[in-house]
Design a protein around this ligand. Structure first.
Ligand SMILES: Nc1ncnc2c1ncn2[C@@H]1O[C@H](COP(=O)(O)OP(=O)(O)O)[C@@H](O)[C@H]1O
Ligand SMILES: [Mg+2]
Length: 237
């Protein structure tokens, strides 16, 4: 059982005839938080969609807990315990907080962290104060917390988090960072897409940097923080 949680080898992905990802290799170890970094359009979201089986055209090998999931449809991948929080954080707007959570419920998995609404409300006290609130009546930050919580209700082994800090207020960003650290303490493995080196540095063990669909850097966050040339070339600052 020493294989990594997720191992990706030679992943290529396409939208129609446009070739978007080129020979991506990456790994997420058990219990590890790994940042997938890069500017807008670098291919972060495409990588996550490809891992979840959401792209019709891709090549390469993806193994999840040792099983080849390269050609499985999204619902099978989700049922195996890979959770995905997409960047457009879609809550069900005419369902309540509690109903949204119920929609994400899956049976517990031996060895994976287990979640209940009560446990999630301890993680996100704001949500605990509004279990009957409709999705449509929540702020962007609250919706972000709810989509993360709904995904956790599936008791996943691994969560793909697509830019959780994007477009939310600074106070929510801080809560997001604390939430990710708490999930790590629970033993969850996380692949986090992120543009912001500061945020990535607060929560991640390692980072990959994408540019134009190629991995340009792989190493620890400290190594990336010290590598000014790499940051200038492939990140915003
Ligand atoms: N549905 C789509 N159809 C065609 N091209 C797309 C589509 N979605 C994204 N792209 C292109 O794929 C590239 C990578 O995009 P994306 O993965 O969304 O980047 P990131 O998440 O890093 O900002 C960009 O050049 C983008 O324009
Ligand atoms: Mg994106």
């Amino acid at each position: 059982m020493n294989e990594p949680m997720l191992k990706v080898s030679g992943l290529n992905a396409f939208y129609g005839r446009a070739h978007i990802l080129f020979d991506i290799d990456l790994e997420v170890g058990r219990g590890e938080v790994v940042a997938l970094m890069g500017r807008n359009g670098a291919g972060k979201s495409t990588t996550m969609k490809a891992l979840m089986g959401l792209l019709p055209r891709k090549q390469g090998l993806v193994t999840f807990r040792g099983a080849d999931i390269s050609t499985l449809p999204p619902y099978r991948i989700a049922r195996m315990g890979m959770g995905f929080v997409p960047e457009d954080r879609r809550v069900f707007s005419d369902l309540t907080v509690m109903e949204n959570l119920d929609a994400g419920r899956q049976p517990p998995r031996d060895g994976a962290p287990r979640w209940t609404p009560d446990k999630l409300f301890r993680l996100f006290p704001n949500l605990g104060e509004m279990p009957g609130r409709l999705g449509s009546q929540m702020s962007g930050g609250e919706q972000q917390m709810l989509t993360v919580s709904r995904t956790l209700m599936g008791n996943p082994w691994l969560v793909l988090l697509d830019e959780p800090s994007e477009g939310v207020a600074p106070v929510i960003v801080e809560q997001m960072a604390n939430m990710i650290l708490e999930l790590k303490r629970e033993g969850l493995s996380i692949l986090l897409s992120e543009q912001n080196l500061h945020f990535a540095g607060l929560v991640s063990d390692r980072a990959y940097v994408l540019e134009k669909g190629h991995i340009r850097f792989s190493g620890t966050i400290d190594e990336l923080a010290k590598d000014e040339a790499a940051r200038r070339a492939w990140l915003s600052v």
